[in-house]
Structure formats: C-alpha cells, structure tokens
Design a protein around this ligand. Structure first.
Ligand SMILES: O=C(O)c1ccccc1NCC(=O)[C@H](O)[C@H](O)COP(=O)(O)O
Length: 268
C-alpha cells in the first residue's frame, strides 16, 4: 500500500526522501510511557477538551518560523491546559530535533508524542517519547511490524490515516490510537470534512484524534461533535494571531486555552 511518490506534494516527497536517509538510534530504546488515555480522561474530568498541543517551529505550509525555546513553549501549552504535547523532531522541513523532544519530555509531566516521519524500525530508537507517530500512507505494508516494534519498546503508537482504506489498514495492523489527518499529503490541502467522513468507521474501542487544520474553537467543537476523543493542534497554537486573528499576541498559553476551553462556558 506504499503511495507512489508522484502522488505526493513536492514538499512531502522531499520530506520522505530525507526520512529514508536519516539514521536511527544506536541502541534500542525502552520507554516507561505516560498514558495518553489517562491524560485524556483527566482533561475530560475537569472540563478541558483533550488537546495535544504541538511544538512546531515551522513547516512547509507555514510562513516564517518561531524560534522560541521549545521548553518554554511546552510549559505554556501545559499552562493552557494541554492534555499532551507533540514535538516535531524532523529537522529539515520543520526545524525540529530529537534534542527538543528530550528536553521537553524532561520538563513536563504530560505524555509527549514524537512527531516525525518514521519509515524504518531503527528510527524508533532515535529518542524516547510516550507516543510515536506512524503514518499509514508512508509505511504501507510495514505498518503492522512497526506497530509491534513500537509497542515492544514501550511506545504507544499513534497511527495516522487520511482515508477509509488507510483506516482499514491501521485497524488490521492492530492500532488502538488513530489520528485522522485533515491535511491531504498529496496536495497539502486541509479539509475538516475528512475527519467527519472517516471517524464514523472507527470502532468505539479505538481512541480517535482529529489532526490538522483546527483553527478556531468552533473547529474544535465541530471535530468533537464528529467523534474526536482528542485534537492535535499545531499552527493555531504556535501562531502569532492565535490561528484566526484572535488577538492573543502569540501568547501560546492563551492560544492553547482557546481550544482546551472550547466546550466550557468561559470559552476565551
Ligand atoms: O504542517 C505541514 O505543513 C505539513 C506538511 C507536510 C507534511 C506534514 C505536515 N504537517 C504535519 C502535521 O501532522 C501537523 O503538524 C499536525 O497535524 C498539526 O497540524 P496543524 O494544526 O494544521 O498545524
């Protein structure tokens, strides 16, 4: 099921080429992971929308970059009520690093997702994290082996899908945490109806996360109404304008709070 690369956006092709050349870790990691489901339950119990806030310095679809200290950003996200964090470790297109991930995980006590483009088992050993992303479209027939390899190391694998076919492959591979990416990696366009189309096919026993393109509290509520157990939000939290000109002045804590409070009466 590996996608022919000509069907991918040029930036994504470049990301994949770089990923295939990136070395893995020297030693097999063994992780004592913080539970995402417990973090989500704890957020729900005190009225917060379960949000995975992403430390995303830049991306192929972002103008400019934020060069704030990732640990300071992460602390602000937790202060804003984030149930978990995601840290980009891809260096060439997202300005991420495994050092950022390691420093952030040491500084916070919420679960931390390693957001990267893992295509081989040895790349799982580049850094410790509580969760690791596996993108169904990129790993194709290796998905089940990578899910197992990730679990063997103690990670909670989050399998990203964009279509019903990829969802079927993720379920067949034994995924228990699924992210539905609203961003089409073929054209880099975002459409929130992707989640609304795919999520109803996800069995209740599986935790489902809406990823990408969530820009306003109304978007957050829309994804929750469509069945999202949690939301993965990067750009709108990192953005100087809070995603939609909300006037937060780039305050990452306030940007995060807009989404974690999206279902409460004191919505900001
Ligand atoms: O964000 C991009 O520009 C991008 C381009 C090519 C491949 C992946 C990309 N993003 C990775 C992500 O999954 C997002 O960072 C994440 O879902 C958060 O999305 P958003 O809230 O829209 O920043």
């Amino acid at each position: 099921m590996n996608t022919p690369t000509e069907e991918l956006a040029p930036a994504v092709r470049s990301i994949l080429e770089a990923a295939s050349e990136r070395s893995g870790g020297d030693e097999r990691v063994s992780v004592d992971a913080r539970s995402l489901s417990e973090a989500f339950a704890s957020a729900e119990a005190d009225g917060r929308v379960p949000v995975i806030a992403e430390v995303k310095p830049t991306s192929p679809t972002t103008d400019g970059a934020r060069d704030d200290d990732p640990v300071a950003l992460a602390a602000s996200m937790v202060e804003g009520g984030a149930a978990a964090l995601s840290v980009l470790t891809e260096p060439e297109h997202f300005d991420g690093s495994v050092e950022n991930l390691t420093r952030v995980r040491e500084a916070v006590d919420v679960p931390v997702l390693r957001k990267d483009f893992v295509v081989r088992e040895d790349q799982l050993d580049a850094a410790e994290a509580d969760l690791v992303l596996l993108i169904a479209r990129f790993v194709g027939d290796d998905l089940a082996d990578l899910v197992e390899a990730a679990r063997d190391r103690g990670f909670q694998p989050l399998v990203e899908v964009h279509t019903r076919e990829e969802l079927a492959a993720a379920l067949a591979a034994g995924a228990e945490l699924i992210g539905v990416n609203n961003r089409d990696l073929g054209r880099l366009e975002v459409d929130l109806s992707t989640f609304e189309t795919v999520a109803p096919e996800v069995p209740d026993r599986v935790t489902v996360i809406a990823e990408s393109g969530i820009t306003t509290p109304a978007d957050a509520r829309r994804m929750r109404e469509a069945g999202a157990d949690g939301l993965l939000i990067g750009s709108a939290i990192m953005d100087a304008e809070g995603g939609d000109g909300a006037g937060t002045g780039g305050d990452v804590s306030a940007n995060t709070r807009r989404f974690t409070a999206a279902e409460s009466e004191e919505e900001v």
